[in-house]
Write a protein that binds this ligand. Structure first.
Ligand code: HEM
Ligand code: FPP
Length: 303
């Protein structure tokens, strides 16, 4: 996916749109939303300016991590249809600029988080940036089909960072929210990777459908969906969220399960026959927005 506003070519030098594209803004929207919900679900009053600054830091940190990911992956991005139009493979930006931008933005986001909120939240933010860049992008992505299971932990930190920015610590609820995103990431990504499998194969990235084939990938999607649903519902019986959240979590997770079962039943190996996979991928994004929204609605509307 390219994230520039207009189609732009090699003869046009990098401008602000390319720097924005480096931060993967569409993915960041959900990262920021889950971080915001972590902050709003915390049982303390946060001054709006402080809250805004904390969320800005999460956005900048996630953007920095994305830019460093693109800095490191320019070679494989150039080989995949979905990513070939990104600023570096398209030739509009050199790698050095992306590296400087990513490192500068990352350091700025962590320092600002520490100075504005607390150094624990800043430490978790720094850990998630480093995890995404070093553990996922540089170490695991090109080596093992379990890359996103382990590396995906990076994307599970934002609600915990939001909570930590508000309270200075971490309790069971943010840990469950971490577990929810951690277990959500494999079905989210493997659904997509099934219909862009040839891209990953062309780039030599050992994603699960490339290494083990569609059938095993479909089984793995369902395998992770079950504990994901359990993690989603758990805050309600544990008394960490109310009935509104519980009802929403059960309903939303049931739909997720039905879609995962449909994916398991699908036999197609070509993108043209992969409607269930496309549906599950699109729903995975709606699911996380809705479940985090329900958590905050439950806390703020019902108390
Ligand atoms: C290692 C973990 C993950 C992997 C490998 C992954 C991979 C992908 C890929 C390849 C796309 C396709 C679109 C694109 O190129 O941007 C995508 C889309 C998306 N991802 Fe993920 N993802 C992961 C985790 C997450 C997390 C943690 C979030 C947020 C909480 C997230 C939110 C999104 C959103 C919102 C989109 C849709 C973007 C659009 O509209 O194009 N992803 N993901
Ligand atoms: C606060 C903080 C640092 C948050 C980080 C959030 C985070 C790591 C989200 C991961 C989402 C993501 C776009 C993965 C893409 O995988 P990929 O890089 O393999 O996808 P690509 O093929 O599109 O480059």
């Amino acid at each position: 996916m390219t994230t520039t506003a207009l189609p732009r070519s090699q003869d046009m030098p990098a401008d602000w749109r390319d720097f924005l594209a480096l931060t993967k803004p569409r993915v960041m929207s959900l990262v920021v939303f889950t971080g915001l919900c972590g902050l709003l679900a915390a049982p303390v009053h946060v001054h709006p300016v402080l809250g805004f600054t904390a969320i800005l830091c999460i956005a900048l940190g996630a953007g920095a991590a994305a830019a460093l990911n693109m800095w490191h992956e320019a070679d494989i991005d150039a080989l995949m249809k979905r990513t070939a139009g990104r600023p570096i493979p398209s030739g509009r930006m050199n790698r050095q600029a992306a590296l400087h931008f990513g490192v500068g933005l990352g350091i700025f986001s962590v320092l600002l988080m520490g100075l504005a909120t607390n150094w624990f939240a800043a430490g978790v933010l720094a850990a998630s940036i480093l995890f995404y860049v070093l553990v996922y992008t540089i170490w695991l992505k090109r080596r093992t089909a379990q890359n996103i299971v382990i590396g995906g932990a990076a994307g599970a930190f934002p609600p915990m960072i939001g909570w930590a920015a508000a309270t200075g610590d971490v309790t069971l609820l943010p840990v469950l929210l971490f577990a929810l995103i951690f277990l959500w990431t494999p079905p989210h990504f493997w659904a997509l990777s099934l219909f862009v499998r040839s891209d990953y194969a062309a780039a030599g990235v050992p994603m699960l459908p490339v290494v083990s084939g569609p059938k095993v990938t479909r089984q793995h999607i369902l395998l992770y969906t079950l504990p994901m649903a359990a993690a989603a519902v758990a805050p309600w019986p544990l008394g960490l969220a109310g009935a509104l959240y519980g009802a929403a979590a059960i309903l939303l997770s049931l739909v997720f399960l039905v879609l995962a079962v449909q994916v398991l039943g699908n036999k197609a190996t070509e993108p043209a026959g992969m409607r269930p996979e496309k549906r599950l991928f699109a729903y995975s994004i709606l699911y996380l927005f809705a479940i985090f929204g329900a958590l905050v609605a439950d806390r703020w509307l019902i108390g």
